[in-house]
Write a protein that binds this ligand. Structure first.
Ligand code: DC
Length: 229
């Protein structure tokens, strides 16, 4: 029997990490975990409870209530991937909106939030056979992952992808500039925060997909996986 590995996929926002992670997990019969969804869920909880407003996050209040946040994933067979739940409510759609996006990097910079989520992520990967995407998977969550990928693409390419995605989902108010500014702002916060900033692990393979089709990218990444099995 082939041995199961951990595939850690990190990189900037909207580099297509989740698309390739989902494809890969499906192909290999592995579990896929979107850790960005977990940080987004905490941001949603903060918004719902008034701990995030006027562009600020009330860190102390959020930290005091962390024990009340239960995050889980449930596989949706018709979608072919797992959806995220906040205290038994499916929040998969809600966490993708601009409001959550505008607070999530601030929430993800809080060490107590990171500690809680990293512990949960490490538990999920105990039996290996997992593809996990995020910002610190190869550096902090699974420093011993068998395969680490670091995805990059230009900010323009990423903003355009995000903008098209939001439009497709029916968002009629968002402008390209808003999305672009959000991408740039999040890059800045994610790479400069004190706790677990976004950096490429020394042993990661960098994949710049600005000019790669999904198929080309998948074929290339699959060849990297096969070399590790
Ligand atoms: O991948 P995403 O855009 O859904 O991530 C949302 C935010 O969460 C992003 O601004 C960075 C943060 N994040 C993080 O700090 N660590 C992770 N492992 C995953 C996401």
């Amino acid at each position: 029997m082939e041995s199961k590995i951990i595939v850690a996929i990190d990189g900037f926002s909207s580099t297509g990490k989740s698309t390739v992670a989902k494809q890969l997990a499906k192909h290999l019969g592995y579990i896929y975990v979107d850790t960005g969804a977990m940080y987004r869920t905490v941001a949603l909880y903060a918004l719902q409870n008034g701990y995030a407003k006027d562009g600020k996050v009330q860190e102390k209040l959020l930290i005091a209530n962390l024990a009340n946040i239960h995050i889980s994933f449930q596989y949706n067979p018709s979608l072919g991937f797992s959806e995220v739940y906040l205290n038994t409510v499916n929040v998969e759609t809600e966490i993708r909106g601009m409001e959550v996006s505008s607070y999530v990097s601030k929430v993800a910079a809080i060490s107590a939030v990171r500690q809680k989520l990293v512990a949960l992520q490490q538990q999920m990967g105990e039996s290996k056979g997992i593809v996990m995407d995020g910002r610190d998977i190869g550096t902090v969550v699974f420093p011993n992952a068998e395969l680490k990928l670091f995805m990059t693409a230009s900010a323009e390419t990423r903003a355009q992808r995000r903008y098209d995605e939001l439009k497709q989902k029916g968002d009629t108010t968002v402008t390209f500039d808003e999305v672009y500014n959000n991408v740039v702002e999040r890059d800045h916060i994610d790479t400069t925060r004190k706790d677990s900033p976004l950096v490429m692990a020394d042993d990661a393979v960098e994949v710049d997909n600005s000019n790669l089709s999904r198929e080309e990218q998948f074929t290339y990444i699959l060849s990297l996986v096969k070399a590790k099995l």
